[in-house]
Design a protein around this ligand. Structure first.
Ligand code: AMP
Length: 571
């Protein structure tokens, strides 16, 4: 698809979604479907099976969730009034984080339809899940292991399923769920609709698709690259930061880059409003621009930007279309865009007519793969750089002060009127000391407020090792032998079997929150009261920080690098 065609594309309303869903989407501030949604929703609404290659960040959750909600609801009412109390939809996901995330998303989209969605995953007390299942749910979002547990107990009936989704199928295989998935699918009704999303399409995924999908529609978000020359020449880079540090990282980037004017792209109206407020609170002059604003309001924003009263425009894709702001030097993607086309479209706001442009993307660890896809499709390199540290920032600010002083010296305008100050002070102080004091004053007057917040660095995800066809479950035990690269260290987690911890929970928490992939995790040893997990040495700090943020059984466990010298008994 040519990059500019996006402008003419249909909105959600043209995708035959019902009014309840449209209302929910508008309430969430989604202005238009992402490319994967545009392609997946119509065939799914028609009942087709679908095989989609899409990574996190493409909007794939809504791509299957919206049609699922609509189809489960229409024709066959859900809930107690006449409908089945058995689940009609099942979504299988690799991790508990994703289970929670997907069911929260489905709950939000399906609020007005009254759809009851339940996440079930290992590590959560089974009793609560049993009670919820007994009350009746419409959609279950589950990790395969726990789903199979419930199926075995007879508490997750599959015979009323009308739609099954395998989300992040390649991750599920990596985590050793191949057999579980096969077993679950075998037990589902033949007439069900099946959807499979995967970031990569190795032969084993193809195998699952061949066995379990019927004449699926195939969708890939990466289509032809823009013609050579279509992509503007722009300095492109990316920083990997966790969600919590994004506002700080954006501030840091702005301080270091010192753009004349910048546009920051967000996905939704809500994000635009929130970020604008946050950045204004942090002392930047930010203005919001999104599709929910009237023309008059938008005009006011644009004139503030053009006149230099504002230097930061926070916008959605839709709102920023067609804008040509001459002063613009920087495009910042607050999230990785949902498709390569959208990336190209966004960064095309700068670097026009030979002007210099900079495009910076803030990516969450999980979005790293999407970044790689964009790089490949746009045939451009996006250098992943270290987020500038407090020291980098100080150095940069000093450099700006130095440049300003140099300019002032070269202009040699009316400096003479300050001579009397220097000369009187020179009676008492050394000339260099006087100069230093003057530089200090000049530096401080630039409003360079002390930003002392260090933004944790997240190490780039290591390359996945090749693996041959084998049973994943067994594969997990001999990881140490297979991982030729780098030394491993152990991380201690102060929760174990008694707290209901299972290997999938640990793997899920790590892969969901860090850039360590399932394959890079080594042996997991679960004792009654604690768990030890092997992690590539370089990623230990990141994993410890991430696990400290998660809760296990409602509590935050103690997490630390394992001290090999500590006697086991005292842990
Ligand atoms: P996913 O790829 O499903 O993990 O979605 C990535 C993010 O994009 C989530 O935070 C969604 O809420 C958001 N999102 C999904 N679809 C849209 C859309 N059409 N417009 C704006 N944001 C969206």
């Amino acid at each position: 698809m040519a990059v500019n065609e996006i402008d003419d594309e249909a909105g959600f309303a043209d995708l035959a979604l019902g009014p309840e869903l449209l209302k929910a989407l508008s309430g969430l501030g989604y202005e238009e479907p992402t490319p994967i949604q545009r392609e997946a929703i119509p065939p799914l609404l028609e009942g087709r099976d679908l095989l989609g290659q899409a990574a996190t960040g493409t909007g794939k959750t809504a791509a299957f969730a919206l049609p699922m909600l609509q189809r489960l609801h229409s024709g066959h009412p859900l809930g107690e009034e006449g409908g089945s109390v058995e689940p009609a939809g099942l979504v299988l996901v690799p991790t508990r984080e994703l289970a929670v995330q997907v069911s929260e998303a489905m709950h939000r989209y399906g609020r007005d339809l009254g759809t009851r969605v339940l996440p079930i995953y290992g590590g959560q007390p089974i009793g609560r899940q049993l009670r919820a299942l007994e009350r009746g749910v419409d959609v279950v979002v589950a990790t395969p292991g726990r789903a199979l547990d419930h199926i075995g107990r007879g508490t997750l009936p599959l015979k009323s399923l009308r739609m099954v989704v395998l989300d992040e199928a390649d991750e599920m295989l990596d985590m050793g769920f191949a057999d579980d998935i096969e077993a679950i699918l075998q037990d589902t009704p033949e007439q069900r609709q099946t959807v499979l999303f995967s970031a990569t399409m190795p032969p084993r995924i193809d195998g699952i698709a061949r066995r379990h999908l019927r004449e699926p529609v195939r969708i890939r978000i990466e289509r032809e690259a823009p013609a050579a020359g279509e992509a503007p020449l722009i300095r492109q880079s990316a920083y990997i930061v966790s969600r919590a540090y994004k506002p700080a990282a954006l501030g840091r980037v702005l301080d270091v880059e010192a753009p004349t004017a910048a546009i920051v792209f967000c996905r939704t109206r809500e994000e635009v409003d929130q970020l604008t407020e946050t950045m204004n609170g942090r002392g930047y002059r930010a203005e919001a621009l999104h599709g929910g604003m009237g023309q008059e309001q938008r005009d006011r924003v644009m004139s503030r930007l053009r006149s230099g009263t504002a230097d930061l425009l926070v916008a959605t894709d839709v709102a920023a279309r067609g804008l040509d702001i001459e002063q613009l030097t920087h495009v910042i993607n607050y999230d990785v865009p949902s498709a390569p086309e959208s990336y190209v479209h966004r960064i095309g706001r700068v670097g026009r007519a030979g002007r210099e442009g900079v495009a910076i993307t803030l990516a969450e660890p999980r979005e790293h793969r999407m970044l790689k896809t964009i790089e490949r499709v746009t045939r451009s390199r996006i250098a992943v750089e270290k987020v500038p540290t407090v020291a980098d920032l100080r150095a940069r600010r000093l450099e700006l002060t130095r440049a300003a002083l140099q300019e002032s010296l070269m202009e040699d305008g009316d400096l003479d009127r300050f001579r009397v100050v220097v000369e009187t002070l020179a009676d008492e102080f050394d000339l260099v000391a006087i100069a230093l004091a003057a530089v200090k004053l000049a530096h401080e007057s630039t409003g360079a407020a002390a930003d002392e917040e260090e933004i944790p660095e997240i190490a780039p995800r290591a390359q996945r090792p090749e693996r041959g066809p084998r049973d994943d479950r067994q594969g997990r035990d001999d990881r140490r032998g297979r991982r030729a690269g780098g030394p491993m260290s152990r991380v201690f987690v102060g929760a174990g079997r008694t707290a209901g911890v299972r290997p999938q929970d640990i793997v899920g928490a790590i892969t969901g929150e860090t850039r360590v992939s399932g394959r890079e995790i080594g042996a997991i040893e679960i004792a009654d009261r604690f768990t030890l997990v092997e992690i590539p040495d370089g990623a230990v700090d990141e994993v410890v920080a991430a696990l400290r943020r998660t809760t296990i059984k409602g509590k935050r466990p103690i997490v630390r690098r394992d001290r090999d010298d500590a006697p086991r008994g005292r842990r």
